[in-house]
Design a protein around this ligand. Sequence first.
Ligand code: HEC
Ligand code: HEC
Ligand code: HEC
Ligand code: HEC
Ligand code: HEC
Ligand code: HEC
Ligand code: HEC
Ligand code: HEC
Length: 386
Amino acid sequence: MKTNRHFSPLSLILLCSLFFILSNHLQANDVDQAIAQHKNYAGSQTCRTCHSEIYDQYSKTGHPYKIQAVNGPVTFPSGTSPGVPYPPKDKHWDDIRYMIGGFAWKARFIDQEGYILTGKEHRQYNLANPVLGLEAGWSGYSANTAPRKPYTCGSCHTTAWVATGKNGPHQDNLPGMYGVWAEPGVTCEACHGPGAQHVKTPKKAPLTTEENCGSCHRRGDVKKIDAKGGLIRHHEQYEDLLASPHKQLKCGACHSPHLSVKYPTGGFKGESKTCLTCHTQRLSHIPAKGKFKCITCHMPRMAKSAVSIKHDVKGGTVPEGDVRSHIFRISLDPLWQMFSDDGKYVRLDEDGKAFIPAANACLTCHTNQDKSWAIEHAKSMHHDTP
Ligand code: HEC
Ligand code: HEC
Ligand code: HEC
Ligand code: HEC
Ligand code: HEC
Ligand code: HEC
Ligand code: HEC
Ligand code: HEC
């Protein structure tokens, strides 16, 4: 006689669908719960009422503008970004609901349905870059997803982002927004946590001041520094630092979290309060030392956000991007290749250390010299005798 020990295909399907419905239901509940937590966020305008000085400093950094609603040309506080005067050439400002960035390197655009505009050309506005001698201009973005793709960038660009996916809920009920935020941009509470209670009783409900910079200034696996086209990909400061001699340092050892480094507002605490307190007497033998900062050689622009150039030097080319690297260490080994053979990662040695070849540290300025000149002169950089 046939026993009923095995499930029939039909009951198996039924069981699976039940499980699927249940698990989806659970996920939906998690999402609802996460969104419900948004009521614990007070918003940066409330913080401003008591911390106006910090608010003013912070409003001159890129963090709050990571994504902002727009209607017309976008301007920023004076002394910071020159702004974004035009929408993509085939669009009007009326077609654009939000702009992403535009403060430091580049801007991208979100349409009235919440999708990021993508395509081969005129989809990304690159700010002028005087260091590289480049005017403001346009380039393509994510051409293989053209004409548009959903907004899924909120975990690093907004405050208390809850990723919801295709079925929503959607921010502002825009179908292209695959999530919901408490406040757009990286605001006070993105770093200090929800503050509704603190606002009512500041002394009884202290907020955290523990830094969490590494949660956004990274890209995927922190043990790998992703690269492309001979430069490090952007937002990898945390990975860089872990592969540097400063892996034990916090970002706050050198940075003031409420101030910008892109514009001269004091975001970098300065050599004398940072490099020179730990590295005494490093300036003595540097040629033309009056002109140089430690970071001139130790933090070359080896990463790219928006734009890059190639310098023709004796015997080859040297690339320069628009974001400084946080690797610090310079290699004098003529055989050291900075990138893996496939060019996708920065090469690390067996101890997980990364190195910048002397050529990259020196030849962006000394273009009439070659790699071996750089190594030869780099050897004697901080020493009495070569
Ligand atoms: C990018 C992350 C970040 C953002 C955004 C941010 N803070 Fe901070 N804030 C920090 C960190 C980190 C510290 C601790 C600094 C230290 O210990 O030196 C701090 C310290 C503070 C302190 C105490 C120490 C002090 O400087 O007085 C206050 C108050 C404060 N923040 C308020 C705010 C307010 C208000 C805003 C928004 C207008 C804000 N923060 C935005 C990261 C941030
Ligand atoms: C009603 C005034 C008031 C408002 C509004 C307010 N704060 Fe404060 N905040 C204070 C006071 C007062 C202190 C100092 C508390 C102490 O000395 O114990 C403080 C301290 C802090 C600190 C230092 C750590 C701590 O808790 O002592 C941080 C960070 C901070 N506030 C962030 C914020 C953020 C973020 C917001 C907005 C969500 C905010 N504050 C809104 C009054 C306020
Ligand atoms: C893991 C965190 C993270 C994710 C995810 C992320 N970004 Fe960013 N993004 C950053 C950080 C950090 C910076 C600034 C530092 C840097 O570029 O080195 C940045 C910079 C930018 C800038 C330049 C801002 C300016 O003012 O110049 C744009 C534009 C941008 N991101 C767009 C996007 C888009 C579009 C997505 C989603 C498809 C995305 N990002 C996803 C972290 C992230
Ligand atoms: C929630 C994600 C997030 C966190 C947390 C975060 N950042 Fe950022 N940061 C960004 C993004 C995104 C940008 C690009 C903003 C822009 O310029 O439009 C950025 C830009 C910057 C810049 C360049 C722009 C400027 O104004 O100078 C610096 C420097 C910086 N962050 C430092 C820090 C430090 C230091 C911390 C920790 C105290 C921190 N960030 C925490 C996401 C984050
Ligand atoms: C809080 C202390 C501290 C500060 C601030 C600091 N450093 Fe360092 N730095 C160290 C320590 C410690 C080491 C050695 C680590 C080791 O032995 O692996 C180091 C190592 C280095 C190295 C050595 C690389 C090699 O070849 O081994 C360079 C280059 C360097 N730092 C540059 C800088 C620059 C430039 C600044 C400022 C932007 C700076 N440091 C700020 C502590 C500091
Ligand atoms: C003109 C380029 C240049 C400048 C400017 C520069 N360095 Fe260096 N530095 C180098 C080179 C090249 C090396 C590697 C040479 C070596 O290992 O002897 C190096 C090595 C180092 C080292 C590790 C080797 C050692 O001797 O301990 C430290 C630490 C360091 N620099 C700190 C600094 C600090 C701090 C400043 C700013 C006061 C600075 N450097 C400015 C080019 C420079
Ligand atoms: C040893 C000092 C030091 C540490 C530690 C450090 N930074 Fe920096 N950072 C700097 C300096 C110096 C600059 C360049 C300032 C300038 O261009 O004037 C910089 C620039 C930046 C920039 C802007 C890049 C550009 O080219 O415009 C970002 C973003 C940034 N840092 C984020 C971080 C984050 C996140 C951490 C921690 C994971 C961190 N930094 C740790 C010294 C440091
Ligand atoms: C930001 C541009 C810049 C960078 C980066 C730079 N230098 Fe220089 N260097 C200069 C300038 C400018 C002078 C001064 C030339 C003069 O006064 O005639 C100079 C002078 C020198 C001199 C003495 C004059 C000569 O040409 O013989 C040497 C040697 C030198 N640099 C080596 C290096 C090495 C090695 C590196 C990399 C570790 C480096 N420099 C990185 C700009 C730079």
